[in-house]
Design a protein around this ligand. Structure first.
Ligand SMILES: [Zn+2]
Length: 272
């Protein structure tokens, strides 16, 4: 059993009564139980939290159904990271958040269409036209859904945010400041440099795909962590993994860890 809230990582028996944990002890006699589940060799833990998933199945082309991919795998709470924007959020709420068993929160994409454009057969992302970045509509959607929306999301890759990526980030900043919630920035392969983006980020904001390989990442010459990244982290910017298969480079992660730069959160970015 692993429970960080109790500093516990050990072999334990767990008694459950009326759907709740009743007792945790090195051994609990089987004779006291009506039903015994043998969990030897497995990890028993409180529900995991995944800070970056895409569960707007059927609307965001890369989305996946929440329950088979989240709660069925031990992840009880997730944050959908920008699958929906102001125009598509109402139905993320209606058809996903309100009906699935997984507890779903969301970051609202600054683009009104969310991540509904990009797919393997349509390489143009949600901010390729800057007109789709609308802080006024984002603010309104957030004010109406503060119980679900925890912040904003922007993807800064060039085929998504074009050459006006910093303008789009400024609009995201505007919405973020207006509602007093953080923003998450998806980095990598951008037109503008990472230090220029970090200039627009504040305490509590999140970089996702932190250990991505290739251009626009956290490492500079000789695989050294960029000084601007260290400064941002010292100022309270959080580093998220956002694994997503293609958004994680082992060589980058290993180099960063050797320089004592560790992620704050390990998220999956699970998607199709
Ligand atoms: Zn993502």
């Amino acid at each position: 059993m692993i429970d960080p809230s109790q500093n516990l990582s050990a072999v334990r028996d767990i008694a459950i009564a009326r759907g709740k944990v009743a007792r945790i002890a090195p051994t609990i006699p089987e004779s006291e139980a009506r039903q015994v589940v043998d969990a030897r060799g497995r990890v028993v833990t409180p529900g995991l939290i995944d800070l970056h998933v895409h569960v707007y199945d059927g609307v965001a082309p890369l989305g996946i159904p929440a329950d088979p991919n989240c709660i069925a795998k031990g992840v009880t709470t997730v944050v959908d990271a920008g699958s929906a924007g102001a125009h598509t959020f109402p139905n993320l709420r209606k058809y996903v958040v309100n009906v699935v068993d997984t507890r779903v929160f969301a970051l609202l994409n600054i683009s009104v269409v969310g991540q509904s454009t990009l797919s393997p057969d349509n390489p143009w992302g949600e901010l390729i036209d800057l007109c789709l970045a609308n802080p006024t509509l984002a603010i309104r959607a957030i004010e109406q859904n503060r119980d679900v929306i925890l912040g904003l999301k922007i993807r800064m890759t060039e085929n998504i945010a074009g050459r006006h990526d910093l303008d789009a980030l400024k609009l995201t900043r505007e919405a973020s400041d207006a509602v007093g919630l953080p923003l998450m920035v998806h980095i990598g392969g951008s037109f503008s440099t990472l230090p220029k983006m970090l200039d627009l980020m504040r305490r509590g904001d999140v970089i996702t795909h932190t250990f991505r390989a290739g251009a626009g990442g956290i490492l500079g010459a000789n695989l050294r962590v960029l000084p601007e990244v260290r400064k941002a982290v010292a100022g309270g910017v959080r580093l998220d993994v956002g694994y997503g298969a293609g958004s994680f480079g082992w060589s980058v992660a290993e180099a960063a860890l050797k320089q004592d730069l560790a992620p704050g959160t390990i998220s999956s970015d699970v998607h199709q």
